[in-house]
Design a binder for this molecule. Structure first.
Ligand code: SAH
Length: 396
């Protein structure tokens, strides 16, 4: 018998709107003694069933798994992951000859708050962000094996940094002979090292934006700031960029960028630098680059940091706009969840005004559809970007 959380009178609103989290402030009383990670039931003040989900102490009391009465058992996990898989198949990502890496489960975006699963060829990497999901790792791994069969050689759980009471280990299969594996994305090859890389090893969320960038890269001098493993650089090189410079503050990232550049186009004019992106931009000669990518890590992880983050986006983009050669383009991003699309656009607008350049928006950029946004959880729309053109005329 699972514990039951009874809501305060009139506090059903978020559940009526299918928000995937129940905040502790809405709870009147708890029947039973739930521990972190237990499956609990939520009932309204009148006693009506509302939802089932994973309980955890803290401001988010329950991460909701179902709005209808249902057992959270092996059948539930198999059905949930099959549903996620079918979407990726419809998106033509599963079983694609040119793209072997995609996100299978994107937390709330797949109605599975606290769970991320990325597929890298024959390897699945699971990242759990809640006590409840951490406890379900065995069931989730079993469902993955049922869905993929022999196509899945190993399942790696990479949750030590993300969840309480979890660790990094293989749940199925064994480590590859050499670290990581080579995946394909739109025909380009990348080394992904899920054990030591950032996040689950690769930034899958920039796939579509990299493809768009390739469209503009021919003959241009490209500067890829915050390049990580060089995703944008590889696409630009393959598309015939005149030169590609990649910058990241992490030496490991730059090493991987160099390897990926060589793997795809050993003779492309590519150089990679371990450097602070702000400093590199400041010191870059004027008019040296006519296609810039600015994809920094989240500047704000909490609401309290939002204002400072907006200032940082403004400063960074003012510099980038100032350094874009006339007639050049700038692809600029924010992956901070608490910085909205409107906020980000405002920061870039202020940056353009500081740089006093004629800037126009060509594309509004976003996360790809294997990172779907649950409409009841707008916070899930975390990646936003703008592709800008900086015209020839000088306004200052
Ligand atoms: N564009 C990348 C993902 C960027 S993730 C891709 O397509 O895969 C953000 C990167 O910024 C990380 O690799 C991190 O090492 C790097 N970084 C963080 N702070 C930095 C700084 N001040 N200067 C340069 N790089 C930085």
């Amino acid at each position: 018998m699972s514990a039951v959380l009874h809501l305060k009178k009139g506090r059903d609103e978020s559940l009526e709107r299918f928000h995937p989290w129940l905040f502790s402030g809405a709870v009147a009383s708890i029947e039973g003694n739930p521990q972190d990670g237990d499956v609990v039931e939520i009932r309204s003040a009148s006693g009506a069933f509302r939802a089932t989900g994973h309980y955890q102490h803290g401001s988010i009391a329950v991460r909701i798994l179902s709005f209808t009465p249902s057992a959270i058992d092996d059948r539930f996990w198999l059905h949930a992951l099959q549903t996620a898989y079918r979407l990726r198949r419809d998106l033509r990502l599963a079983n694609h000859p040119q793209t072997t890496a995609y996100r299978l489960v994107h937390g709330e975006g797949d109605f599975l708050p606290g769970l991320v699963i990325d597929i890298y060829g024959a390897t699945a990497v699971i990242q759990t962000h809640s006590a409840g999901m951490s406890r379900m790792q065995t069931e989730i791994a079993a469902a993955l094996q049922t869905i993929y069969g022999a196509a899945l050689q190993r399942i790696y759980c990479k949750s030590a940094a993300a969840a309480p009471d979890s660790d990094d280990r293989y749940l199925a299969g064994s480590p590859p002979a050499t670290a990581g594996d080579v995946i394909m994305e739109n025909g380009h090859r990348f080394i992904v090292d899920w054990e030591t890389g950032q996040k689950t090893g690769f930034f899958l969320d920039q796939r579509d934006n990299r493809r768009l960038l390739a469209h503009y890269a021919q003959g241009r001098r490209v500067l890829n700031l915050f390049c990580y493993t060089g995703g944008f650089s590889v696409y630009a090189g393959a598309a015939g960029a005149a030169a590609v410079h990649s910058v990241d503050s992490s030496a490991k990232a730059i090493e991987l960028t160099r390897q990926n550049a060589t793997l795809n186009a050993p003779h492309a004019p590519h150089e990679a630098f371990v450097a602070d992106a702000f400093e590199f931009l400041k010191q870059a000669p004027d008019n040296a680059y006519d296609l810039l990518i600015v994809d920094p890590p989240a500047f704000a992880k909490h609401a309290a940091a939002r204002r400072n983050a907006l200032q940082a986006y403004k400063r960074l983009n003012a510099l980038a706009i100032a350094k874009t050669a006339p007639g050049g383009l700038l692809f600029t991003f924010s992956c901070s969840q608490i910085v909205s699309r409107t906020d980000f656009r405002q920061a870039v607008f202020s940056a353009a005004a500081i740089a006093q350049r004629p800037v126009r928006i060509l594309h509004h950029l976003s996360q790809p559809p294997d990172h779907p946004v649950n409409i009841y959880h707008p916070e899930g729309e975390y990646l936003k970007g703008l592709a800008l053109t900086v015209s020839n005329e000088q306004w200052s």
